[in-house]
Design a protein around this ligand. Structure first.
Ligand code: NAP
Length: 332
């Protein structure tokens, strides 16, 4: 079976050469463990940070070791109580066609009819991130204006629909016409294409009454246009800054200093990690599952086929390839 290992720490944008495939024997489960066949593998922007050696909130990946992340897998052999052959589980596992792990390290899926892949998207880490960022920090009210960058991705698309549920006017910033059409189809009130539109004009036009919530997914120049438009007591959940993830020291660019805008408008800007809200996962999961069931929340996936395409799928995140969640289908 194949594993994907880190070949070297990338400087700037990663390439296919950042990774290599390693042939290994299918592992054997010990007592208390399960043997898992990978069905779906999630690629996520935060993994770029783990490829560098910089200290962060998660341990760096190690050179010549497998990468790991969110996986949906089928139990093919169980030596763990509570899990049986054929069960479908999710957990943080190595980028490999098969894994062994203690049964307690994975969670059996109970998706009430939703596709298993949703456990890595709307009913998993990205959906929970959207929920807590939007509701716990953004806290939009009816009639307010909410702007979301990276709007057509896994987190952004859910965050926008959650803001709509509260009666806000929601504007999504994204990088293609196709993604703009997608956002309109799931209920965004307006969209801005940051690659083609003049952001100044588009924001003036779409946010004549200023911005009350800015859900930050990308950072950089796009966001520099937001700060002067924030209304008094606006909220800025800082979820991600993907435009900066491949920066080298040389390219670090801090843009306009944000403090005067925050003071003038008494803005609350707060970085967060989804794990900060771990004690409320159940509540969020139930709300997201309910939203999916009653049609308030729609969720798209961009699925690559085949384990050999995992590196390509990861790199695609930085090229704006995905609508909704970027995933790899590894096996049936
Ligand atoms: P995603 O939005 O599904 O995928 C990445 C998207 O980012 C791309 O499709 C692309 O869309 C956009 N992008 C890529 N490079 C860009 C650039 N230089 N400038 C502007 N946009 C760019 O990813 P996701 O999983 O939903 O994550 C969204 C953000 O949330 C990321 O920053 C991620 O790190 C963060 N996040 C944070 C947490 C947390 O706990 N705080 C949890 C999950 C995710 P376009 O075509 O629109 O450019």
């Amino acid at each position: 079976m194949k594993q994907i290992r880190l070949k070297e720490r990338p400087v700037g944008v990663p390439t296919e050469d950042t990774f290599y495939f390693h042939e290994a024997d299918v592992p054997k489960p010990k007592d208390g463990e399960v043997l898992l066949k990978t069905l779906y593998l999630s690629v996520d922007p935060y993994m770029r940070g783990r490829m560098s050696s910089a200290k962060s909130y998660v341990e760096p990946f190690q050179v010549d070791e497998p990468l790991n992340g969110g996986i949906v897998a089928e139990v093919v052999e169980s030596k763990s109580e509570g899990l049986a052959e054929g069960d479908v589980v999710t957990g943080s596992l190595d980028w490999a066609e098969y894994n062994t792990t203690a049964g307690k390290n994975v969670r059996k899926l109970q998706l009430a009819g939703a596709p298993a892949s949703h456990a890595l998207g709307v009913l998993g880490m990205p959906g929970l991130t959207a929920y807590f960022g939007m509701y716990e920090i953004g806290a939009p009210k009816s009639g307010e204006t909410v702007v979301i960058s990276g709007a057509a991705g896994a987190v952004g698309s859910v965050a926008g629909q959650l803001a709509k549920k509260k009666g806000a006017r929601v504007i999504g910033i994204t990088g293609s016409k196709k993604k703009q059409d997608y956002l309109s189809s799931i209920g965004f009130d307006a969209t801005i294409n940051y690659k083609e539109d003049n952001l100044e004009h588009a924001l003036d036009e779409q946010c004549p009454d200023g911005i009350d919530v800015y859900f930050e997914n990308v950072g950089g120049e796009i966001s520099d246009h937001i700060w002067p438009r924030l209304n008094p007591f606006a909220r800025v959940p800082v979820c991600g800054a993907i435009s900066a993830y491949n920066n080298t020291k040389k390219e670090e660019n801090f843009g306009p200093r944000v403090q005067p805008f925050l003071i003038k408008s008494r803005v609350k800007m707060q970085g967060f990690l989804v794990a900060d809200f771990a004690d409320k996962y159940k509540e969020a999961y139930q709300a997201l599952a309910e939203g999916l069931k009653n049609g308030d929340i729609q969720f798209e996936e961009t699925i690559h086929e085949g384990f050999e395409n995992v590196p390509r799928a990861f790199l695609g995140l930085f090229e704006g390839e995905n609508i909704g969640k970027q995933l790899v289908k590894v096996a049936k």
